[in-house]
Design a protein around this ligand. Sequence first.
Ligand code: CAA
Length: 377
Amino acid sequence: MRFELTDEQQQVQEMVRSLARKTLAPKAAEIDEDSRFPEDNLRQLAGLGLLGMLYPASFGGSEAGAVAYNIALREVAGGCASTAVGMAVTNMVGEAIWRFGSEEQRRKYLPGLASYGIGLGAFALTEPGAGSDAGGLATTAVEDGDRYVLNGSKMFITNGSHAGVTIVMAVTQKDPKRISAFLVEPGTPGFTVGKPERKMGLKGSDTVSMSFDDCRIPKRNLLGGLGEGLKIALAALDGGRIGISSQAIGIAGAALDAAAAYAQDRRQFGQPISGFQAIRWMLADAATGLEAAQLLAYRAAWMKEQGKPYTREASMAKVFASEAGNRACQNAVQVLGGYGYIREYPVERHLRDIKVTTIYEGTSEIQRIVVSRSLVR
Ligand code: CAA
């Protein structure tokens, strides 16, 4: 057993860490304050091959593998969490098109996703009445000649108004489990994108509703087979969930660094507060939780890369990392005391940004359901 990154993985880590610290982190507070979509950052990531890391160069990707991708995502999240979520969903969408798409679909969308040429990728599963119950969708897609006609609405869709292609899950048969996946392009008549949500954190990330009103799309835009949409969505989410672990580890790692630095500067009772055991234990607990989370995330990513089943491991990594990361951010704010609660320091933003990692791409409760299914049938 080797607990070491390969030379290539180390290079990715160094390159993205440097970008995150020098370029992304200095802008993150302003992006949050102004709820500004970080298009400049995302274009820069595209230039470095970070938006298409999970498919080959022949389709414009960089095929870096799941481990290197998760390292890159963690580093980006440590610099600017809003940028990281745009990167994560685009990579997830690109990988799903690569895995399940036809040759024509791959050629049409993948190079433009990796380069930001067509925009980002969006993944439209969630609906007002179907969140955790992903199989309970109400959006329908009805065959009509050489078209499918989509009707319904989607909610909380990341990258929605900046997407060059959106994977939309809709019911195609009466049996409610018969869900199919479709590729929908912006500007298709009957497809409208709502106003951005006003959120607690990740304020630079684009989160919108979508509605489909007799939206007619060509039959060739079916992704995968008819009725395979839920499996495609859940398979994509397996990889996405490792990504959320990496985001949580990146955000919480930045909070921990800020708290450790502050604790050594801040003097009370005649000494730096890092001299007090109460503070040191908070830092130690945060570091231990994040290290354990990292091992779970690396293992799940490694299993994915090896082509082994990894659904359970991805859910374990997600629930553990997002919860350990939330605790670490809470502790970071506590270490900074009153300064942790104001916007002069970044930990307040880190705490707001990390909250959603226990919610999106499957809540902690859903991850525990997935994990428990491997124990109890
Ligand atoms: N990979 C592939 N197929 C899978 C799968 C997986 N990981 N998990 C299940 N499936 C298959 C099953 O085999 C089943 O197929 P059959 O009908 O042929 O047997 C089908 O998918 C349905 O599975 P289940 O019967 O297990 O479905 P369920 O309704 O009992 O529960 C669930 C599934 C785990 C609760 C699932 O609904 C789930 O994960 N819910 C959470 C939804 C979610 O994560 N939403 C995130 C929204 S996207 C987002 O947040 C992205 C963003 O913008 C940031």
